[in-house]
Design a protein around this ligand. Structure first.
Ligand SMILES: *[C@@H]1O[C@H](CO)[C@@H](O)[C@H](O)[C@H]1NC(C)=O
Ligand SMILES: *[C@@H]1O[C@H](CO)[C@@H](O)[C@H](O)[C@H]1NC(C)=O
Length: 460
């Protein structure tokens, strides 16, 4: 996520999560058909399904406030989503202790699916110390989020991680724990006999390891392979298919055995015309990609938004309830969605799925093993009994909670770090308090990454 304000994390800790929406009985929401995967594409029933969506996190990443638990927040935005004509939104922060019936049902009534990040700044894999952060406390939070949203027919998918792997080669060591989480989420959905909800990773816009990351999340046994692969892409700035380097990426991903979509596409250095949508819906791309999510709906400090929220009630410096003002790019995005509808027919997809070969260790990929850690012993009870009450977005966090859970660090060969053991023994409440939310750290350096990637894309 491209928020500039990691600084605001401290402030965010003091922010209250949104008030629970008032519950009143309402008619049953519209049932949306589940989105399924065949080969390298999404389907809604027999129809190919393309993501034509937006990233939605009013208050930004640092705000870390659930927008789907309060109708004062979601209702005016759902009206805008309908006006735009989007069919999917991605929400980064949701609170698994709150009730989401009103917002989720209103989204379903609007025909809109939701893709959720199952992690949040406090409950996530720590990229510097991934082994101890993969623990039962973390998985309880992830599973509680799945429990909270499984009942809605419009919950399309969950991200098992967001930009955990980065441009520093040693961050690829964290991939092992994100993939283990990804595997566990799929297993949990199955064990709890939930309806089909897809699980996959949302990768940062990093040229050096993008293909290896994609291969990694699609290699190994069936239960280890993701349902899809998504990545964030900031290389198109009102340019075109070739100048942006998207043509080269389509070539690179041709033959990849899972659906691919852009979990963020954006630009904030010139006025956007959203020509991306023309290409995403064009036969240039539809055989390989299944659409994307425009970054982003609200205007935040990092200046990507198309709607400004102003004059509402202040939640610790985060305004979620003010008046919605459409910025000029709102109309441009709306027009592009209208002008370039989802194509009819199957888009030239490949009907058979295919595992990738796992990437081998090299200068950009530090992992030297393809085995995944076993799920921590303490998390097994959730498969039988459900996750129980989740921790929400506040609480102590999970990143150091696995310090004493030896099962979570077992089989940790090949991480090339003594971090698992040493951080485990030095873990303490003091340390816990001082550890930044590393899963969101790309936030802080994303400007660098975006530039880096522009250069990288030109070099492609
Ligand atoms: C990667 O390297 C940085 C410093 O170069 C270090 O702080 C970090 O702990 C390392 N991460 C891992 C997973 O080894
Ligand atoms: C499709 O690809 C061709 C090059 O192969 C390019 O000239 C054209 O602009 C592309 N169109 C779109 C909409 O991406």
């Amino acid at each position: 996520m491209k928020s500039a304000a990691l600084l605001a994390l401290a402030a965010a800790a003091a922010v209250n999560a949104g008030p629970t929406a008032t519950l009143r009985s309402r008619p049953r929401a519209t049932e949306l058909e589940p989105i399924t995967v065949t080969g390298n594409a999404f389907f809604k029933g027999k129809e190919r399904f393309y993501i034509r969506g937006v990233d939605y996190q009013p208050g930004g990443a640092s705000g870390n406030i659930d927008p789907l638990a309060d109708t004062k927040v979601c209702t005016p935005d759902i009206a805008k989503f309908k006006k735009l004509g989007v069919n999917v939104i991605r929400v980064y922060s949701t609170d698994n202790t709150l009730n989401h019936d009103e917002c989720m049902n209103a989204l379903a009534d609007a025909g809109i699916y939701v893709v959720l990040d199952a992690n949040n700044p406090k409950y996530s894999i720590n990229r510097e110390h991934p082994a101890p952060s993969y623990n039962a406390v973390y998985l309880q939070s992830v599973f509680a989020t799945i429990d909270a949203f499984a009942k809605y027919s419009n919950t399309m998918a969950f991200f098992s991680g967001n930009e955990v792997i980065h441009d520093l080669t040693n961050t690829t060591l964290a991939a092992r724990y994100v993939k283990a989480t990804d595997r566990d989420m799929r297993a949990y959905i199955k064990a709890r006999k939930y309806r089909k909800m897809l699980v996959g990773y949302s990768a940062a816009d990093v040229t050096t390891n993008r293909m290896q990351t994609a291969a990694y999340f699609n290699c190994g046994s069936e239960d280890e392979r993701s349902d899809f692969f998504a990545f964030n892409d900031y290389s198109w700035c009102s340019s075109d298919f070739i100048t942006s380097g998207w043509d080269a990426k389509v070539r690179a991903f041709t033959g990849y055995g899972l659906p691919i979509f852009l979990s963020e596409y954006g630009c904030n250095i010139n006025t956007r015309n959203f020509g991306e949508i023309e290409s995403l819906m064009h036969s240039n791309m539809t055989a390989v990609y299944s659409g994307g999510l425009m970054y982003e709906y609200t205007m935040e400090a990092n200046k990507y938004g198309i709607v400004e929220i102003k004059g509402g009630q202040d939640k610790g410096g985060v305004d979620q309830t003010g008046e919605r003002k459409e910025l000029p790019e709102f109309a441009a995005f709306q027009a592009a969605l209208k002008k370039f509808p989802a194509p009819t027919g199957n888009g030239g997809f490949t009907s058979t799925t295919k595992a990738s070969a796992c990437p081998t260790q090299d200068e950009h990929w530090a992992l030297d093993t393809t085995t995944l850690p076993e799920m921590p012993e303490g998390a097994k009870t959730y498969f039988e009994n459900g996750a129980g009450k989740g921790p929400g977005l506040k609480g102590d966090g999970s990143q150091w909670a696995g310090a004493d859970d030896s099962s979570s660090t077992g089989g940790n060969s090949g991480t090339g770090t003594s971090g698992a053991g040493s951080s485990a023994s030095s873990s303490s409440a003091a340390m816990r308090g001082s550890v930044p939310a590393l899963d969101m750290a790309p936030v802080a350096i994303s400007g660098v990454v975006a530039l880096f990637t522009l250069v990288g894309a030109m070099a492609l």
